[in-house]
Design a protein around this ligand. Structure first.
Ligand code: FEO
Ligand code: CA
Ligand code: CA
Ligand code: CA
Length: 598
């Protein structure tokens, strides 16, 4: 049945039709520009991008590769400028170097890879006349954090024997951050960055714990272990225990040492997002992006302080060191009805149920205690996946972003897909993950008991079951399915000021390109999902930031297609046909300067 009337506020735009165009497509009446690209010089002294003569030194002063999470922060006292913080998740050497021999990478290529990873901080400036947003090179706040930047390990596992290496007998200092996927902005003005697929950088894993984290027994694809033994577990067994954390950066202090927070556990952190309790303590949500893995929350025990003095900032930077880490267990409330062998429908008409947060370990100023039998607190914080296994947490279909809606407090969990659900001896579809061989993913909506962030119980229901709306297994929060856009593989999420949920996708299994979608979470338009943009060939849509007058997306890995290489690019984006593909940040705004979706 049709739903008459206007779209929800913030979503009043003509949806972009699914397509396979090799460009960023935005709604009619909207404009776009590339803000900053891989290789753009951002630090003082960095040279212009020259892909055939690239050096590690040049890359360390340039914008990194494969931008993912984005934050756009106000700069005190600056009207037209904001601070852009980006994750540089991973490198794709085949697309980066025209002379790349995957069997024999050179030291320079490897070191360029190290410098292209990490985080980028760059001031961006709006041209009030045209709406364009551009990078301000050489600004004193601009910064690159790479695979060799010094970090401090903090929290309950810092200093533990599990984190000591031959280079760091203290177990408190680590160089670099890797595979930073999604992230979050804290209420105290810092940014959080999840270290996701860190397993791919470590060679010769052999322990049960290595296997559980997906670390292989052979060489790595990038072969970094040939150039730095810390990437070889056979030579440096504990270095891999120092990756897989949530990283915190103070982007307004370019000289600060970023931190890795062990209290939030070690797993393939997709990201980390914060909601405060009513008395000002941080609650951090985070998903472990793996088929059949879990999602978590950390409830801090210290209260945030307001202000910007050094003492206040130092206090707030310690907020994530003390508290309790929990993992989610979900129980459905109705039997499932099988449909076509591919999935289930709930017999009460709704995919829903109850859940509990199971405590894993608590960190205090005096030490840490484990709540998991047979594991010490340090083991829980370093081998968190094994703790989740022991307490019977619910195996989910790849938990990506987990993010609280700042307007309602409800928490949304993007579950991107799970081709192995119900296959062989793997867990079968259940009410929270209702499709076997789940190709398109779903989005779960979680309501904390009494809407308190630190509750130990919650209610949940599926908000979206993604796919082609004509597929009977899909669900759009009850909104008429003939009026929604098809969507597949939800990954990163964000909210606008109206509380609409914005979803970017990774790996569209419907045959069209990835994109960005907005969907109302409240009122009579709840479930009305509309596509806002699509990205070029081979690209994934990341990092959405939804401001009143501007949308920002990270176009990640454009041209990453079978058979593509730096010498044979299969996408012309962003610099034209035959040119090397460059991941880049794109800004979108309304030609008439009005608010997005108004
Ligand atoms: Fe890097 Fe889970 O996406
Ligand atoms: Ca039900
Ligand atoms: Ca992601
Ligand atoms: Ca993803």
């Amino acid at each position: 049945g049709g739903k008459k009337g206007k779209a929800a506020r913030g979503l009043r735009f003509t949806p972009v039709a699914p397509n396979t165009d090799d460009k960023v497509t935005v709604p009619d009446g909207y404009r776009q520009n590339v803000v900053v690209k891989w290789g753009d010089p951002i630090l003082r002294g960095a040279p212009a991008f020259d892909p055939d003569n690239q050096t590690a030194e040049a890359q360390a002063g340039q914008f990194g590769y494969n931008n993912d999470f984005l934050a756009l922060l106000p700069i005190p006292g600056e009207r037209n400028r904001q601070l852009l913080v980006a994750n540089h998740e991973y490198t794709d050497e085949v697309l980066m170097f025209r002379d790349y021999d995957a069997d024999n990478p050179t030291r320079e290529q490897v070191e360029i890879g190290w410098a292209a990873h990490g985080l980028g901080v760059v001031v961006v400036e709006e041209d009030r006349k045209t709406g364009r947003l551009t990078a301000v090179p050489r600004h004193h706040l601009n910064r690159r954090v790479t695979a060799t930047t010094r970090f401090r390990l903090t929290g309950p596992a810092a200093g533990s024997d599990l984190l000591k290496t031959s280079a760091d007998r203290s177990g408190t200092t680590v160089y670099g951050t890797l595979n930073n996927c999604a992230g979050g902005v804290t209420p105290w003005g810092t940014t959080l960055h999840g270290e996701e697929n860190f397993n791919q950088y470590f060679a010769h894993g052999s322990r049960t714990t290595d296997t559980r984290y997906g670390i292989g027994t052979g060489e790595t694809e990038r072969k970094w272990e040939r150039f730095d033994k810390r990437f070889d577990i056979a030579q440096e067994p504990n270095e891999s225990h120092r990756f897989g954390y949530v990283v915190e950066l103070d982007p307004f202090d370019p000289d600060s040492t970023p931190r890795k927070h062990t209290a939030l556990g070690r797993f393939k952190h997709e990201g980390a997002t914060v909601r405060l309790t009513s008395d000002g303590r941080p609650v951090v949500y985070s998903g472990d992006d793996e088929r059949f893995d879990y999602f978590y929350k950390f409830v801090g025990s210290k209260r945030m302080k307001k202000g910007s003095s050094r003492a206040v900032r130092e206090h707030n930077l310690s907020l994530l060191d003390e508290g309790t880490l929990y993992v989610a267990k979900l129980t459905g409330d109705s039997p499932a009805i099988e449909i076509d062998g591919s999935g289930t429908l709930p017999d009460d008409g709704e995919f829903d149920g109850s859940g509990e947060w199971i405590p894993l370990a608590t960190a205090t100023a005096r030490g840490a205690v484990s709540h998991v039998e047979g594991m010490t607190a340090e083991e829980v914080f370093v081998f968190t996946r094994l703790a989740g296994d022991k307490v019977g947490a619910t195996k989910m279909d790849r938990p990506e972003d987990v993010e609280p809606n700042p307007v309602t407090g409800k928490v949304y969990v993007a579950l991107t897909n799970n081709s192995n659900r119900g296959v062989g001896s793997n867990a079968k579809a259940d009410e929270a993950n209702p499709r076997n061989a789940n190709k398109h993913g779903h989005v779960l909506e979680l309501t904390e008991q009494w809407n308190r962030a630190d509750s130990k119980k919650f209610a949940w229901s599926l908000f979206l079951v993604a796919g082609d709306p004509e597929d009977p297994a899909t669900y759009f929060a009850g909104f008429p399915k003939d009026e929604v856009s098809p969507i597949s593989c939800p990954d990163n999420v964000a909210f606008d000021t109206y509380g609409n949920l914005w979803i970017s996708t990774d790996g569209n299994a419907l045959g069209t390109h990835d994109g960005l979608f907005g969907v109302a979470t409240r009122g009579d338009r709840r479930g009305e999902l509309k596509q806002f943009l699509t990205v070029p060939k081979g690209a994934e849509t990341c990092g959405p930031v939804i401001q009143d007058r501007r949308v920002l997306v990270a176009v990640q890995h454009p041209g990453e297609l079978d058979g593509a290489s730096a010498g044979n690019p299969l996408s012309a984006w962003p610099d034209g046909p035959g040119r090397i593909n460059r991941p880049a940040v794109v800004a979108v705004w309304r030609a008439d300067g009005d608010d997005i979706g108004e």
